[in-house]
Design a protein around this ligand. Structure first.
Ligand code: ADP
Length: 420
C-alpha cells in the first residue's frame, strides 16, 4: 500500500496542479503495468528457460517474490536430494543382499529389481520395468499366492529359468500399494533335507530285517528257557528292547514316508468311521490293564478323500498317546464330527497333562516331556511329529491344549475341500 501511495501521490498532486490528472494517471498506470510485465517476463524466463540457481535482480515486491521462490526451490532441491539418497541407499542395500529382490505394484507392474533377480528369475532390467510380474513368473501356484494376499508362509517353486534350481518366494507388503518379493536359492538346503530323509528311510529299512531275525531267535530262546531263571529274565529284557527298536524303526519309516510324499492322491476315499472302529478296538486292547474309560463319539457318514495310511497314523498316534499317558481308571473321549469349516477330530483325556513350556516343542522330532516315562510307554518322541507332517498335507494344524494335573486335548480340523 505504501508503495502505491509513494508512486501515485506525486502523480495526483502534479496532475491536480497542472490540471492534467487523467492523462498523467493514465500514463503512470501504463508505465506501472510495463514495469510489472518486465519483471514477470524475467520471472518466467528464470523459471522455465534458465537453469541457473542465481537469483535474478528485482525491485520492491518483485525482489521479495524472487527470494521467496528461490527459498522454496532450495527446500525442494534439498528434499529431492535426501529422497534420492534414501532410494540409492535402498538400492545399494538390495544389491548387497544375497537374495533376488523385486519391488512391484499391488497390481503386478514391476517397479524395480536387483541384479540377482536378473540371474535367478531371468528378468531384464530396465526392459521389464512396468511389465506385470505374472507375465515373467508364470507358475500358477505363484499367481495364486499373489492373489491370495496371505503371505505368512513362503512358497517353494522351481526357478522359471532353471528347472533344477529350487527357489523360496517370499512376498511382503511394502509402502502403501507396493509389494516386495524376496527370492532365495534353497536348492542346497532342499537337497540336504532330501538326503537326510533318504538316509533315515534307508537305515530304518535296513535295520528292519536284522531286527525281525533277532526277534524270532529271542522268541525261540524264550520258549526254551526255564521259568524264573536268570536266562529268562535276560531274554525278557532283550525282547522288550528289540520290540522298542522295532517300533522306533517303524515310526522312522512312517515319518520319512509322510515327509517324502510331495502330494497326496485325493481321489482315494477314506472310510474314517471304520478306521476309527479299528483304532478303538486296538485302544481297548492296549488299555486293558489300566481299566480306562474309552468313549468314541463318531459321526457315521463323515468320510474323507486322501491317504488312509497318513490319516490313520495321525489319528492312531493321538489315541494311543492318550492311552499311554493317562493313568489307571482315567477317561478318554474321541470325537469325529462335522463342523462349520470341515471335519473335527479331537482326543481328550484326564491324564497328567503337559506343562505349558513343553507344548510348543511337542511336535519336534524326538521331543519327549519326560524321557523315563516315555521309555516306559515305549515312546520314541516321533508320534506327534508324524501327526504334524500328516496334517500338513491336508492344510491342517494340530491344536494342543493341556493343563497340568487336569488332562490334555489334541484336535485338528480337516477343511471342507477334503470331505467326501
Ligand atoms: P512318544 O512316542 O514319546 O509318545 P510323541 O511325539 O507322541 O512321542 O509325544 C511327545 C511327548 O508328548 C510325549 O513324550 C509325552 O510326554 C507328551 N504327550 C503326548 N501325548 C500326551 C498326552 N495325551 N498326555 C500327556 N502327555 C502327552
Amino acid at each position: 500500500m505504501w508503495g502505491l501511495v509513494f508512486v501515485y501521490l506525486p502523480v495526483i498532486i502534479v496532475g491536480a496542479l497542472f490540471d492534467c490528472l487523467q492523462e498523467l494517471l493514465l500514463v503512470s498506470f501504463f508505465v506501472h503495468i510495463i514495469w510489472h510485465y518486465y519483471y514477470l517476463k524475467i520471472l518466467n524466463n528464470w523459471l522455465w528457460n534458465s537453469h541457473s540457481t542465481v537469483l535474478p535482480h528485482g525491485k520492491s515486491e518483485w525482489e521479495h517474490a524472487f527470494i521467496g521462490i528461490h527459498n522454496m526451490q532450495q527446500r525442494h532441491r534439498k528434499r529431492r536430494n535426501n529422497l534420492a539418497s534414501v532410494i540409492s541407499r535402498f538400492r545399494e542395500g538390495s544389491e548387497a543382499l544375497p537374495d533376488a529382490v523385486v519391488v512391484f505394484h499391488k497390481s503386478g507392474e514391476i517397479i524395480w529389481c536387483n541384479r540377482l533377480a536378473q540371474f535367478q528369475l531371468g528378468f531384464k532390467w530396465p526392459e521389464d520395468s512396468g511389465d506385470n510380474i505374472t507375465n515373467l513368473i508364470r507358475n500358477p501356484l505363484f499367481v495364486e499366492h499373489l492373489k491370495s494376499s496371505d503371505y505368512d508362509q513362503p512358497l517353494d517353486l522351481t526357478s522359471p529359468i532353471n528347472a533344477e534350481k529350487m527357489l523360496e518366494f517370499r512376498v511382503m507388503p511394502y509402502a502403501k500399494h507396493q509389494r516386495i518379493l524376496i527370492v532365495r536359492d534353497v536348492t542346497t538346503y532342499r537337497q540336504l533335507d532330501e538326503q537326510r530323509r533318504q538316509f533315515v528311510a534307508n537305515v530304518s529299512h535296513e535295520l528292519r530285517t536284522p531286527l525281525t531275525v533277532l526277534q524270532g531267535y529271542i522268541e525261540i530262546l524264550g520258549m526254551q528257557s526255564e521259568a524264573g531263571s536268570r536266562q529268562e529274565k535276560a531274554i525278557t529284557v532283550l525282547d522288550q528292547q528289540t520290540s522298542r527298536m522295532c517300533s522306533l524303526v517303524e515310526q522312522l519309516m512312517t515319518l520319512s514316508k509322510i515327509e517324502g510324499a510331495a502330494s497326496i492322491d485325493f481321489d482315494d476315499e477314506v472310510n474314517v468311521p471304520a478306521m476309527l472302529k479299528q483304532i478303538e478296538n486296538e485302544a481297548h486292547t492296549l488299555s486293558k490293564d489300566k481299566k480306562l474309560q474309552l468313549n468314541f463319539a463318531v459321526e457315521d457318514k463323515l468320510q474323507l478323500l486322501g491317504d488312509e495310511m497318513q490319516l490313520r497314523s495321525a489319528m492312531a498316534n493321538l489315541v494311543y498317546n492318550a492311552v499311554n499317558y493317562t493313568p489307571k481308571n482315567g477317561a478318554i473321549k474321541v470325537i469325529w464330527r462335522a463342523c462349520e469349516t470341515g471335519a473335527y477330530f479331537c482326543v481328550m483325556d484326564n491324564g497328567d497333562g503337559i506343562a505349558p513350556e513343553h507344548i510348543l516343542h511337542l511336535t519336534e522330532r524326538f521331543y519327549r516331556v519326560d524321557e523315563s516315562r516315555s521309555r516306559d510307554t515305549g515312546g520314541s518322541g516321533l508320534g506327534l511329529s508324524i501327526v504334524k507332517h500328516a496334517l500338513s498335507h491336508y492344510d491342517s494344524e494340530l491344536n494342543i491344549e493341556s493343563n497340568l494335573g487336569e488332562g490334555s486335548q489334541f484336535s485338528f480340523i480337516i477343511p471342507n475341500s477334503y470331505l467326501l
